[in-house]
Ligand binder design. Structure first.
Ligand code: OGA
Ligand code: NI
Length: 376
């Protein structure tokens, strides 16, 4: 509990344990504001603008792995109410937050700080994080926070809408890729997890990160980033800031969508920087396959060669964690050509925890910081 950044950081200098090595820290880098990711207007996506919207989504998913959507059908009121509830949650006194805080990986709904790896990581990330599954709703809602009192009602409504929006976007993606309607339905998009991230004001944003560079391991992510800057994507060897737009959602392609599309689409690398002025709260919905889903490139997209082999989604998640989120290495292990499935001869097998532990792992950014000098 005393580890939560939101509990201890007010008026304190930046502790050494939050200082990243020079090659990964953001420094005083000014990210280009002239460049930004495409904004796609979903108005009439089911009508006369459909072909055009499909093309815009495909292009953005190829070039950036990221885009924003507006006129997406989720009401402004629901978006604002959810953000209010999320902010209230992190503003609650410590005695209310302590009920949610847990270091027990078996707990499906819990508040933690930095990453799943707090005790082992070299550097901590400047964020607190509430996480829980959102599907099936009737099973998981009873584990959600009881305070703020409107949490369950408002977040249930938002998660249903976020899932619907995600499926709608996946349908547009499948159309763009020439896949049959409903390709990403059922098992490939069965799971839904919510991360509520909270980044308190930071005494020195140049030295630390809210989340280190990573790709999301799931299928598709729908992010409500509120109205404070912080999210940056790594594109063509440079960082680009993602402009907070009122009532927009940021959408990004996860590793599974890159793999199923046989690299037609790319999962964009991204990170979160902090700021010294205001707290930033975001809500990320991760749409993911069920753990036993078999993932492989869609047959019609394979052409001459399948870049990736078939595997079970839970095996991807184990590798994602054991390779510290290093995107190239993780994807490399699932390539068709990779010898011994990428495992060096004599390497110890990856430790498989019980199923309940695995189910806590299936979303982005839970890896320790890499040793000095190995990033970028
Ligand atoms: C994540 C993530 C971005 C943000 O939770 O995986 O990338 O702006 N979040 O909070
Ligand atoms: Ni992410």
């Amino acid at each position: 509990m005393e580890k939560l950044v939101s509990s201890w950081s007010k008026n304190k200098p930046l502790p050494e344990s939050y200082i990243f090595p020079p090659e990964t820290r953001p420094g005083n880098l000014i990210v280009p504001t002239c460049k930004t990711i495409p904004v796609i207007d979903l108005c009439n996506a089911e009508g006369r603008n459909r072909t055009d919207i499909v093309q815009q989504i495909l292009k953005a998913s190829q070039e950036y792995g990221f885009f924003q959507v507006v006129n997406h059908g989720i009401s402004e009121n629901l978006m604002n109410e959810s953000m209010d509830v999320f902010n209230e949650l992190f503003e609650m006194p410590d005695e209310d937050k302590v009920i949610l805080y847990s270091e027990d990986p078996k707990k499906s709904c819990r508040l933690l700080t930095s990453s799943l790896n707090y005790d082992r990581e070299k550097v901590h990330q400047w964020r607190d994080n509430l996480r829980h599954p959102c599907h099936p709703l009737q099973d998981c809602i009873k584990h959600w926070p009881q305070k703020p009192i409107r949490y369950r009602e408002v977040v249930a409504a938002l998660s249903i809408e976020a899932k619907k929006l995600g499926l709608r976007i996946l349908e547009l993606v499948s159309e763009g890729l020439g896949l049959e309607s409903g390709y990403f339905g059922d098992k490939l998009s069965e799971a839904l997890h919510l991360f509520v991230n909270h980044y308190p004001p930071c005494p020195d944003p140049s030295l630390t990160l809210g989340i280190t560079k990573h790709c999301d391991p799931n299928l598709l992510t729908i992010l409500h980033q509120g109205d404070v800057h912080g999210l940056q994507i790594f594109n063509n060897e440079e960082w680009i800031g993602v402009e907070p737009l009122p009532n927009a959602f940021v959408v990004n392609i996860g590793n599974q969508l890159q793999i199923i599309s046989n690299n037609r689409l790319k999962s964009g690398e991204h990170r979160v920087v902090t700021n010294s002025r205001v707290a930033r709260t975001t809500a990320a919905f991760f749409i993911a396959p069920s753990e036993d889903s078999i993932i492989e490139p869609a047959i019609s997209l394979v052409g001459e060669a399948s870049v990736y082999r078939a595997y079970e989604y839970k095996d991807f998640l184990l590798d994602y964690l054991s390779h510290m989120g290093n995107n190239e290495v993780v994807l490399g292990r699932f390539e068709s050509q990779s010898l011994n499935n990428g495992t060096p001869v004599n390497a110890p097998p990856i430790q498989r925890g019980p199923k309940f532990e695995l189910s806590r792992l299936d979303h982005g950014s839970d890896y320790p910081s890499k040793p000095k000098g190995t990033l970028e």
